[in-house]
Ligand binder design. Sequence first.
Ligand code: NAD
Length: 436
Amino acid sequence: MKVGVIGTGHVGLPTAATLAHIGHDVTATDADQEKIEVLRRGGMPFFEPALEDLVRGEVEVGRLRFTADPAEALTDARVAFVCVGTPPRSSGEANLIAVERSAEIVARHAAGPTVVVEKSTVPAGTAARVAEILARHRSDGALTVACNPEFLREGSAVEDSLRPDRILVGSDSEEALAVMRELFAPLVRDDTRWIETDLHTAELAKHANNAFLALKVSFANAMARMAEAAGADVEAVTEVMGADPRIGRAHLSAGLGYGGSCFPKDLLAFERLAARLGYDFPLLREVARINEEALDAAFRKVEAALWNLEGKRVALLGLAFKPGTDDVRYSPALGLADRLLEAGTIVVGYDPQAGPNAKAELPGLEIAEDPYEAVSGADAAVVCTEWEQVAGLDLGRVRAAMRLPVIVDGRNVFDPGEMARHGFTYLPTGRPPVRP
Ligand code: NAD
């Protein structure tokens, strides 16, 4: 099938490459000409494991192309995917201007019949607006709307795209649903859930999904605060809870809190949507508050260990919002760095992938090339991202390099017994501290 993809970011690029991989003829476009240039030259605009090889392979066999000209991507597309950003406005509502522009671009260029697919995460009701724009430009019914929310995770986007646990397609058009079934057929395995709904249910389900995952993180963080006060171990608490199949262990993780380009903004947008629909949903505000509290708790541990922060040197181990990506959007590590810098601390960060992005976001942050350089002469180190390069550090070397052996573990990657043996003051999250 001929497929056009608008937006070649963290969702658009894996989507385009995956659809090419299963045999479709895909042309992707982006408003960011530089991004398209990088892709056309065979480069990658961001780091995502295994994506470069997948993209290169599909370009080589001619199933995947990149163009700065939307007409080229959309004219004869049977399906047009909208994968553009939906960032938060200052009010918390999703900014949907890129979705609106994408709908206009499709309406202008697609010859039809074309299914216009919302892949971006959008508030329930957006599809009706998209349909209005399409109808304004084209009254012949050649353009139909579907919603196919994306559930991939950065860091495993390729695996998630090639082997999705579920595929959700919402549409009010039988014809559009049939086209989507045919499009995705090669991806549907025995254990893949294929779910069809109406448009607004699909939109709502994606927001509900992310809000619930954020809730799990915040629940674990509230448990961490309680465990710290009670002298208990949150890791054991969440292990017990997670063993209950009705709860599940995934995302029940105490730490610095969630970040990234999705959970924070989607939670806010969902709360704003609820308010607009006339439903007060304070639980969502509470989830966001507990998330901020988690970062604050880590900051206070550093402060309590070092007393005055001015002129002290603090190493941040991991800067990306999670391992496997160079994405620092709403990264808790940068939130913490910001607060430490504001308090007059010298902050040195290390990350296997995200150093340059972190520096661009927070110029006051020093970037070290390797973790031992980062902790060298440090008064404290904070584990911010659970990269294996961080969890697998040679603790003896770290201990020898630091000025003061204080480690705040914002991701509970280290074993308290090991930390005691190496003589660290070890301050994990929701677990009893270790002091020499
Ligand atoms: P991104 O910022 O990585 O990519 C968005 C791309 O869209 C950018 O390359 C940008 O230049 C392009 N763009 C913006 N306006 C455009 C326009 N008018 N025309 C053409 N291109 C335009 O964002 P992302 O992480 O890929 O997220 C895209 C959407 O998918 C968001 O709604 C997000 O919430 C959702 N989503 C993201 C993830 C994730 O893990 N990143 C997962 C699921 C869903």
